[in-house]
Each structure stands twice: as structure tokens, then as C-alpha cells.
Design a protein around this ligand. Structure first.
Ligand code: CP
Length: 313
């Protein structure tokens, strides 16, 4: 397996879900796979869960781990071809990634979008540069437009807690003071589609996600209508895709409350974390939710992705 950047890199989702669950029973059963192998984790942006879960997953597989915080620990990178590098960038990504891949057997990279230029962000400049110039397999630790490790952990969490084969899963936009990427909702939609869930997306007008992601998933601008009969409620803020990167609404009426959850079929509340309490959802909703289970599942899903890559080295 040469890359893990989206659900489309997974040959059999149901098989992967089953294997990820198996890892929980025997976390160290594959420790031999990572012996004398090194994982490089490259962060352009902050992280708690992704960093610690992926690092722990690698240790469970017997790997060594190196973490690089670009911009703090290393040189500022240049991406353009043919540039006269007499400005602020000191190293071209071409050399940087190729060099890093000499020291690692697998690399992971996290890079958020600029949220200024939609075409640029959706071209995935940083992730594509890593895929192009790395000599070793690359894992997305969240890119400009997707967060596949989160989507995989979320699908595993829904799978473990669902009471029926095809539960109603509602992805609801929620307010936030700052412009946030579409990476998590994009990944959530794709993994729920891939897992065969009955997904409904709800958001205020103007917050439509990319059509190539949503496809024929039902969308409503009426949050209460969407929540009726829901088995899972996944809240997330994202900035506008059409009016790219803009915050069009901070309507507190979209916050998930106990009253909103009462409209559902005793739904379980989910969020990728970090979450702003009493902005996205109330304390009571968060305290009675699956957020810690989701975060725990980040470990097992990351471990499975690393295991698949180690098996094909
Ligand atoms: N959910 C998630 O990716 O968390 P971090 O940004 O802390 O890694």
C-alpha cells in the first residue's frame, strides 16, 4: 500500500473495520512487523489526537517514530517550480521530502488549507508534493480537504454502536467563531457513504459541501427535520465552500442541545475533537457522547493503516 489519503485507497472497507476491531484484542500481535522500521510524522499544523494516536499505533507495531514540526523545527519550504528562492523560503519541497524519505520507511503529513483560494486548496499542493517526491508510502494525517484517519475512526465508532444495519447518521453544521476547513466533514461524508450508512447532511444555506463529495447524499437546511429519528448526530463546523473560506453565519440556533437531541431516536452524539463547549454543543450533550470512543478508535484505525503499509514494504 503506497498511500492512504482517502477512503478510496481502501480495497475493502468492511474487512478493514473488522481487522481494526481485532487489533483491540491483541494490540501487540504484529510487533515484529515494525522492527527496525521508522515512521516520520511531519506536522505543518497543531495536533493532539492525530499525533499521539499515530505515534502510539507505531509503537504497538514495534516501529520507531520521528516527529518534525515544519516551520518550527525545520526550514520554510518552497513549492513552486522555477522560483528564484531569494525570499522567505529556504528549502524546496522536492529535496526536503526526498531527504526525509531516506530516513523513514513510512511518512505521515498534516497540512491545513489556506482557506483563501479554493482551487489551490483542493489541488492539495502539500499532500501531492509529498506523494510525488517521497520514496516511501505516505499517510494523510489531515490534508487541506480531507481527514481520512478521522473518517475511518468515525465509521468504526458508528459500526460498533449501531443497533440496526443501516442507521440514520446526521452530519450537522454547528457555529464556530473562526473559519474552519471542510476536511473533516468531507471525510465523514465519504466514509459514511463507503460504509453504507443512511447519511443526511444539514447546514444553513451557503454551507453546501463540494458536490463531488456529497454526490446524492440528502441535504436539508432544516436541522430539526434532519434530526428527527436520527441514530447518530455528528456535529462539525466548516467554512463556506461556495463563498470560499468565509464565515457566513454564527447562528447559535444551530448549536446541538439536549432539546435538539430529544428529537432523535436516542441518538449518540459525535464530534472529532477538539470541541468548543457550549458553542458547537452543550456540556450535557458532550458529556453523554461518543467523543472519547472516537478518539480511542483513532489509535486502532491508525494502527491498521500502518500495519497494511508495513505488510507491503
Ligand atoms: N481530531 C483530530 O484530528 O484531532 P487533532 O487535531 O488534535 O489531531
Amino acid at each position: 500500500m503506497k498511500k492512504f489519503t482517502s477512503v478510496h485507497d481502501v480495497p475493502d472497507i468492511q474487512q478493514w473495520l473488522s481487522e481494526a476491531q481485532s487489533l483491540k484484542q491483541s494490540p501487540f500481535a504484529h510487533k515484529h512487523l515494525g522492527e527496525n522500521k521508522t515512521l516520520g510524522l511531519v506536522f505543518f499544523n497543531p495536533s493532539l489526537r492525530t499525533r499521539m494516536s499515530t505515534q502510539r499505533a507505531a509503537y504497538n507495531l514495534g516501529m520507531n517514530v520521528m516527529v518534525l514540526n515544519v516551520g518550527q523545527d525545520s526550514w520554510q519550504l518552497e513549492y513552486s517550480q522555477g522560483t528564484v528562492m531569494d525570499g522567505s523560503t529556504q528549502e524546496h519541497v522536492k529535496e526536503a521530502v526526498n531527504v526525509m524519505s531516506q530516513y523513514c520507511d513510512i511518512m505521515g503529513v498534516r497540512s491545513f488549507p489556506g482557506l483563501k483560494n479554493r482551487e489551490e486548496d483542493y489541488e492539495e499542493k502539500v499532500m501531492e508534493a509529498f506523494l510525488k517526491h517521497s520514496q516511501v508510502p505516505v499517510i494523510s494525517l489531515e490534508s487541506a480537504t480531507s481527514h481520512p484517519l478521522q473518517g475511518f475512526a468515525d465509521l468504526l465508532t458508528v459500526t460498533e454502536h449501531k443497533q440496526i444495519t443501516k442507521p440514520k447518521v446526521v452530519l450537522t453544521w454547528a457555529p464556530h467563531p473562526k473559519a474552519l476547513p471542510q476536511a473533516v466533514p468531507n471525510a465523514f461524508v465519504e466514509w459514511m457513504q463507503g460504509g453504507g450508512m443512511n447519511l443526511v447532511v444539514t447546514h444553513p444555506e451557503g454551507y453546501e459541501l463540494a458536490p463531488h463529495i456529497v454526490k446524492d447524499t440528502p441535504i436539508t437546511h432544516n436541522q430539526e427535520e434532519a434530526l428527527a429519528g436520527a441514530d447518530f448526530v455528528y456535529a462539525k463546523n466548516w467554512s463556506s465552500y461556495q463563498d470560499y473560506g468565509k464565515v457566513l453565519s454564527q447562528d447559535k440556533g444551530w448549536m446541538v442541545t439536549e432539546e435538539k437531541m430529544a428529537l432523535t431516536n436516542k441518538a449518540r452524539f459525535m464530534h472529532c475533537l477538539p470541541i468548543r463547549r457550549n458553542v458547537i454543543a452543550t456540556d450535557a450533550v458532550i458529556d453523554n457522547s461518543l467523543v472519547i470512543k472516537q478518539a480511542e478508535n483513532r489509535l486502532w484505525t491508525a494502527q491498521l493503516v500502518l500495519k497494511k503499509m508495513l505488510e507491503t514494504l
